[in-house]
Design a protein. Structure first.
Length: 266
């Protein structure tokens, strides 16, 4: 009888130890699961293509889970942070939404939204020559060459460099890649550059020159100011005056109608 009671005690201890081990493993698993959740974060991505200039709607968005230390840039974590914003670039389906690619919903028109806070948009009238035969597209960069007549001589100078083309006519989308002859080009300039551009346009003609997108030479923010044309001095006419010879002592001889003036030796 005593032996049976001892066996029951041993079995109870084994079951208790087993239960404690199972409970410990379950708690540890839950703690590890919670730590894994803390190491992840929600990232907003495009559920479908979002065209340029589109106002973002909930149907455009979805969220995915990524490791918290994943290098995904300055992104959104909730869909409500993106709804109502304006897409400054075309976003493809599945792309992570970055904050620099969207403008505030209160920015006004699409063009106003894509202008940098410290910049301005200036529109210049162009033709097929000034507009580089229609090859100017939003996103291109151009230089501005000014020409004017000074004393019947043509004077030209590159007055602005590396200006960003915001729109051609009323199109600001960067999807088009075919040349189209337009009537106006909108450029992104600083207030100082805007003054230079308007001044050059009023003084003469301007020509836009298309830059290679990889060419970063001479694209400083400060514009090259149009130099005031130095007044060209008219050529000085050198008049060689014949110095009058001093009248010497002479004698005038009159013979009838003939008059003869002879100098006398001093």
């Amino acid at each position: 009888m005593k032996r049976r009671g001892f066996l029951l005690i041993v079995i109870s201890l084994v079951l208790a130890i087993g239960a404690a081990w199972v409970a410990r493993n379950w708690i540890q698993g839950r703690l590890n699961s919670g730590a894994a959740v803390d190491q992840n974060e929600q990232v907003v991505v495009a559920a479908m293509e979002i065209p340029f200039g589109t106002k973002v709607e909930p149907r455009h968005l979805k969220t995915i889970t990524l490791p918290r230390n994943a290098p995904v840039g300055d992104h959104y974590e909730r869909t409500d942070q993106v709804v109502g914003l304006i897409a400054l670039q075309k976003v493809i389906a599945g792309e992570i939404l970055l904050k620099e690619r969207f403008a505030d919903r209160n920015a006004g028109s699409t063009l106003a939204a894509i202008v940098k806070p410290d910049m301005r948009a200036v529109t210049v009238r162009v033709d097929d020559v000034i507009g580089v035969a229609g090859f100017l597209m939003p996103g291109n960069h151009v230089d501005v060459v000014a020409a004017r007549m000074v004393n019947q001589l043509a004077e030209t100078r590159t007055v602005l460099r590396g200006l960003n083309v915001l729109a051609v006519d009323q199109t600001a989308s960067q999807d088009k890649d075919q040349p189209v002859v337009v009537r106006a080009v909108t450029l992104e300039v600083s207030p100082k550059q805007a003054e230079v551009l308007v001044k050059a346009r009023e003084e003469g003609r301007i020509q836009l020159t298309l830059r290679n997108p990889l060419d970063e030479s001479s694209t400083a923010d400060d514009s090259e100011m149009v130099a005031e044309a130095a007044p060209v001095k008219a050529p000085t006419k050198h008049i060689h005056a014949t110095q009058a010879r001093p009248a010497g002592n002479g004698v005038t001889i009159i013979r009838g109608t003939n008059v003869h003036n002879s100098e006398s030796a001093t």
